[in-house]
Design a protein around this ligand. Structure first.
Ligand SMILES: Cc1cc2nc3c(=O)[nH]c(=O)nc-3n(C[C@H](O)[C@H](O)[C@H](O)COP(=O)(O)OP(=O)(O)OC[C@H]3O[C@@H](n4cnc5c(N)ncnc54)[C@H](O)[C@@H]3O)c2cc1C
Length: 302
């Protein structure tokens, strides 16, 4: 039994933990990954907008965060995946069966990339599927690759990959794109980018590595030979485990009030898991502070 259980050690969970320590609020901190930082592990672009600490990439900011936690003698339990929650009872269960009970729970589980959900995708992840245009463009130099999506991220990845790849096919299931006009124009007019609208990926081919995509589009079914697939079709909140226990929006994002309170007493949510629109590091850090202070006030009043 502790005062606060924090699930997640991305920016939002780290901020919550730092504030709980500052407020002398005992807490148990659980993170499923082997390291802190959450999405920062996948940010290869510069981070120029985190006040006071611009960073060359996510790894650099994660290093600063890690050093700050170490100086405060704080560390979550790592490789501690919460697999079941009874939020009304402030109770969580880990994969190894350990049960933790608190007086309050802070949900900081963030978001994950949406997958296509087609045959072969999971099996070939890490073997041609699941890279980053910024990080991997040299690894795919001279090859034919595909990017799936219709937003800024899809166009950005296509343009980055086109710097080195022989051909980049940008596949989108609709006829219209959400990307900013400047990005879309650059992609549409790039000599090595081919755009395939109204086209769906039905499956992936390859056993040891990705060899191609099965497509269904205006020209009927076809197989597109590619060695790399970059899926950029957005993010989804990590709420499957508890979205029926608290109010979430239709996309699964947790709904909170100005004190980060969910619809269950003593249950708070912070960071991307409750930010469908304004997801950012600064918001995640700020909401961690709000939840810790709100929990302190409400636990003191019990
Ligand atoms: C490519 C990219 C570039 C970005 N660039 C910027 C930028 O320049 N500026 C900016 O402000 N923001 C940027 N962002 C957004 C920013 O990274 C996020 O807003 C922020 O990291 C969200 O932090 P979080 O703690 O809410 O969630 P996350 O970072 O997603 O952390 C959630 C954590 O919860 C853990 N978790 C999930 N489920 C469980 C479970 N069941 N049990 C235990 N642990 C669990 C996860 O493993 C993870 O560590 C960028 C994001 C991306 C992907």
């Amino acid at each position: 039994m502790t005062d606060v259980i924090i699930i997640g050690a991305g920016m939002a969970g780290c901020s919550t933990a730092l504030w709980c320590k500052r407020l002398d609020l005992p807490f148990t901190w659980l993170e499923q990954a082997p390291a802190i930082g959450g999405q920062l592990a996948h940010v290869y672009n510069p981070i120029p907008d985190y006040p006071g600490r611009p960073a060359a990439d996510g790894a650099e900011l994660r290093g600063h965060l890690q050093a700050q936690l170490a100086a405060e003698e704080l560390s979550p339990s790592l490789c501690a995946a919460v697999v079941e929650t009874d939020l009304a009872g402030h109770c969580v269960t880990l994969a190894d069966g350990t049960v933790h009970r608190g007086r309050a729970v802070v949900l900081a589980t963030g978001v994950e990339r949406r997958r296509l959900g087609v045959p072969g995708e999971v099996e070939l992840t890490g073997r041609g599927v699941g890279g980053s245009g910024r990080r991997d463009r040299d690894a795919y130099a001279g090859q034919a690759v595909a990017v799936v999506g219709g937003g800024d991220s899809a166009c950005e990845n296509a343009l980055l990959l086109a710097e080195t790849c022989r051909q980049v096919t940008l596949i989108h299931r609709r006829s219209t794109f959400r990307a900013r006009p400047a990005l879309l124009d650059a992609a549409m007019n790039h000599p090595r980018i081919r755009v395939l609208p109204d086209t769906r990926v039905k499956g992936l081919a390859g056993t040891e590595r990705l060899e191609g995509l099965r497509l269904d589009g205006a020209a009927g079914e076809q197989v597109l030979p590619v060695t790399g697939l970059f899926v950029r079709i957005g993010y989804q909140p990590v709420t499957a485990m508890f979205h029926r226990q608290i109010r979430c929006d239709p996309d699964g994002y947790v709904q909170v009030d100005a004190n980060q309170r969910t619809t269950l007493p003593g249950v708070y949510a912070v960071g991307d898991v409750c930010n469908p629109i304004y997801a950012s590091l600064a918001v995640a850090a700020g909401q961690g502070m709000v939840a810790a202070k709100a929990a302190l006030r409400e636990l003191a009043a019990e």
